[in-house]
Design a binder for this molecule. Structure first.
Ligand SMILES: Nc1nc2c(c(=O)[nH]1)N[C@H]1C(S)=C(S)[C@@H](COP(=O)(O)OP(=O)(O)OC[C@H]3O[C@@H](n4cnc5c(=O)[nH]c(N)nc54)[C@H](O)[C@@H]3O)O[C@H]1N2
Ligand SMILES: Nc1nc2c(c(=O)[nH]1)N[C@H]1C(S)=C(S)[C@@H](COP(=O)(O)OP(=O)(O)OC[C@H]3O[C@@H](n4cnc5c(=O)[nH]c(N)nc54)[C@H](O)[C@@H]3O)O[C@H]1N2
Ligand SMILES: [Mo]
Length: 728
């Protein structure tokens, strides 16, 4: 997931069109209501290849059944052996999101930002207002830098990089850069290995020992659970390390509750045990690693299991048993989650965990690894994104705005200031830290344009909303940052109402800009969907999936034919070509040379409770939970609290409480459960329609230690958030 997850996916290569898209200069696009394939008679069912474009490990291949032009049902595509014919609850709800009465149906203008007074306008009018504003900014400031794009994870269809392309095609702009998902861990693995490269998750079945360390696949990567359970049936021991007893932990053979942000100490304690008991794979190290003697010296001089026990809150005997079992059961696998790196020392903690896999020779082998994510399958051409600047562009480059401190950095931007926002695939009002600051940003703009499907809190703070298509109403291409499948997404139904894809929007805006000011935008104003798709394939990319022509994907998804076991070739992408225990690259970036212990954040005296806000089973970030189908299952958020803590604060099950700190506050009901640690509260991040709930009103924009090198901005320490609690 610069992407993936934003910059990295974009730059490394981490994140319909209707059959014919026509655009007349100066006119709006002719909306093509003809589906990708002609609609057959009302009674005939047609099945289309679809792909879930959400920012999720699983990126499922879907089969969509359409009758009479209506999407009747969706199911997992069995041709994808990872999706395996299954979907998650969110996936099965797609028929509801497509036909939801809450869809934004037409372009609209809001009279008074935040007033709720929306009036319908035509696409022509919308494009006209936007194009004129862009040209007037250019006139006033001599550049397009006052225009800021914030796009991230609403839709990872690879053609959606057209939004970045559209921005480049008008000149240099300000860009929300980086990713909230995984940046600290990416940098950590970049220092250690050279990049991120997990084994094919279908290889999980070959593990004999699996530690899931700060990930919750039972909710966030549901298709991996099937593989994990298969491994368990074949004798694999499953260990889960998490401050919370998650649903994944409930499936484990061994759940270890850890104090948040102390994972590095646990890994170091285990490493010191492995070293002391001579369980090190010296042979592997000699051939593949650099700097391990320095690391071992650090362990010998500084680390004991007893010390690790004190830091982590885990008994010494447990650490010893875990280290012993991990180092002696082969192959052993560690899945390093994104939740555990959302801390001020998160990247360094990942580096500490990586060393365990290296010390025991569990790298480059089936069933082994230090699995985090992969970008191996992201090698498209980025044709929709790479656009020429218009002639006469005076600026030298885009301006970087840290996506993880969007509010503050936009307000602080000067020379020139930021005056216009383009928001696509994003809901910063609920997903970003410092929600009050983000609101100020929206209030201070001359024009805010948001392209979305639903009336989110972000749309509510915009001047213009542009209705976009769902994946079923457009075409695309999807890969995963976890598994190795490539799926084509065929257009299955005509666009609903007046919705357009982001690509159609880019082309339409370009037509309008050029009509008003010839040469002001280089984005193409025409092209068939097949042409746009074909342009993303290089011979290498085709070969990676054993394809001779991209259209073979119309028959079904394809899996990469090589690169399925990370680092099997032993050629690490670090400066030395080895696995680097000692990383000068890390040092150059201002980090430690070695994966030594870095302290967690101090608990502020006035705000003694740690508030962890992980991802929710019925949503993908701010999507899905707004649907009535999901609201029927969960209609209000709760704060999970340990019964002992509840007693201490004199609160009972279902009481309303106020959680607050110097950033803001949130009010919600309690749910008492032994699954959370006594010093910790858990509130899942989500957007529920028609409620003021927003957990990020309490969240400071505290950076995690790493992320800048690979993704352009540091990560965000989402889970180093501390609050006080009172009965409301
Ligand atoms: N259902 C669903 N699936 C999703 C998403 C979603 O919102 N919902 N989001 C998608 C996206 S964008 C992402 S980035 C991924 C996220 O995928 P995950 O990383 O699996 O999800 P999180 O819930 O963020 O965090 C996982 C776990 O980290 C734990 N954790 C927090 N701090 C620590 C710590 O200090 N140490 C340890 N050991 N554990 C810790 C949390 O308690 C949580 O159980 O999932 C993707 N899939
Ligand atoms: N407290 C807390 N906050 C978090 C996190 C956390 O763990 N805790 N996790 C963070 C993480 S890892 C992530 S990835 C972010 C995610 O936050 P965002 O990047 O904002 O992603 P989403 O909420 O998935 O979707 C944003 C919007 O995209 C819209 N959308 C969907 N498809 C399309 C499309 O085709 N075109 C356009 N233009 N729009 C579309 C959706 O309707 C939705 O309103 O949240 C972060 N926020
Ligand atoms: Mo994410």
């Amino acid at each position: 997931m610069n992407s993936p997850h934003s910059f990295s996916r974009r730059t490394f290569l981490k994140g319909s069109l209707a059959a014919v898209i026509s655009a007349g200069i100066g006119s709006s696009l002719v909306l093509n209501k003809t589906p990708f394939r002609p609609v057959a008679a009302e009674t005939v069912e047609q099945v289309f290849q679809s792909a879930c474009p959400r920012n999720c490990y699983d990126s499922c291949s879907i089969l969509s059944t359409v009758k009479g032009g209506v999407l009747k049902y969706v199911e997992g595509n069995p041709a994808n052996t990872y999706t395996h014919g299954r979907l998650c609850a969110k996936g099965f709800s797609y028929t509801r999101s497509v036909y939801s009465p809450d869809r934004i149906k037409y372009p609209m203008r809001q009279v008074g930002r935040g007033s709720g007074k929306w009036e319908r306008i035509s696409w022509d009018e919308a494009f006209d207002i936007i194009a004129k504003q862009i040209l007037s900014i250019k006139e006033e400031y001599g550049s397009t830098l006052p225009i800021c794009l914030n796009k991230y994870s609403g839709n990872f269809n690879l053609l959606n990089y057209c939004v970045e392309g559209m921005m480049s095609s008008i000149g240099h702009t300000s860009r929300a850069t980086g990713t909230p998902c995984w940046p600290a861990g990416i940098d950590a693995q970049t220092f250690d290995f050279g990049t991120i490269w997990n084994n094919d998750p279908e290889d999980l079945v070959n593990s004999k020992y699996l530690i899931i360390w700060g990930a919750n696949p039972a909710w966030c990567s549901v298709h991996s659970m099937y593989l994990i359970e298969q491994a368990q049936r074949q004798g694999c021991k499953l260990v889960v390390i998490d401050p919370t007893l998650t649903q994944t932990a409930s499936k484990a053979d061994w759940y270890i509750q850890i104090k948040a942000s102390t994972d590095g100490a646990l890994a170091l304690g285990m490493a010191s045990y492995i070293l002391e008991h001579d369980l090190v794979d010296r042979n592997w190290l000699q051939q593949n690693a650099k700097g391990y003697e320095e690391y071992f010296q650090y362990l010998r001089e500084n680390i004991t299991v007893e010390w690790a026990a004190k830091e982590t809150g885990i008994e010494a005997s447990v650490i010893e048993a875990l280290a012993q079992e991990y180092a002696t059961t082969k192959p052993a696998n560690i899945w390093i989650g994104y939740g555990m790196q959302r801390h001020v020392n998160g990247g360094q903690n990942v580096r500490c965990i990586d060393t365990l896999a290296a010390m025991t020779g569990n790298i480059g082998v089936s069933g082994g690894g230090a699995q985090y994510a992969q970008l191996q399958t992201w090698g498209i051409q980025y044709h929709a994104m790479k656009m020429k600047l218009p002639a006469g562009t005076a600026t030298e480059k885009d301006r970087i705005i840290n996506i993880n401190n969007f509010g503050r950095e936009v307000l602080d931007a000067q020379d020139p200031p930021i005056k216009m926002l383009w928001i696509a695939c994003r809901n910063p009002m609920t997903q970003d830290p410092e929600a009050a600051v983000v609101k100020k940003v929206f209030e201070s703009m001359d024009l805010v344009v948001t392209a979305d499907l639903f009336m989110t809190p972000t749309v509510a703070m915009s001047d213009i909303v542009l209705p976009v298509t769902t994946a079923f109403e457009t075409a695309g291409l999807n890969v995963s940052y976890w598994h190795y499948w490539l799926s084509l997404n065929e257009q299955a139904i005509a666009p609903m109402y007046e919705a357009k894809s982001d690509l159609e929007i880019a082309m339409g805006l370009s037509a309008h800009l050029n009509a008003l000011s010839p040469g002001s935008c280089t984005y193409p104003t025409s092209g068939t969907v097949d042409e746009w798709l074909a342009a993303e394939f290089s011979p290498d990319f085709l070969a990676q999936f054993g394809l001779t022509h991209w259209e073979e994907l119309k028959k079904g998804p394809r899996k990469a034919v090589k690169g399925l076991i990370g680092w099997q070739n032993g050629k690490f992408k670090t400066p030395s070509g080895k696995y680097e225990f000692a990383s000068e690259a890390a040092q150059t970036e201002g980090h430690e040379l070695l994966p030594i212990w870095n302290e967690p954040m101090d608990v502020p005296e006035s705000y003694p409770l740690r508030l962890i806000s992980p991802h929710w089973k019925l949503s993908i970030n701010s999507q899905f939970q707004n649907l009535d189908w999901m609201a029927n299952i969960c209609h209000e958020p709760t704060v999970e609290i340990h019964p002992n803590t509840a007693e201490q604060y004199h609160v009972a099950e279902g009481d309303m409480v106020r959680l607050y700190n110097d950033e803001g506050e949130v009010r919600l009901k309690t749910h008492l459960t032994h699954t959370v640690a006594p010093d910790t509260l858990v509130v899942y991040e989500m957007w529920l329609k028609d409620t003021p709930f927003n957990i990020n009103t309490t969240l400071h924009a505290i950076p995690s230690d790493m992320g800048k090198k690979a993704t352009g901005s540091p990560g965000l320490a989402f889970h180093d958030n501390f609050v006080a609690m009172v009965k409301a």
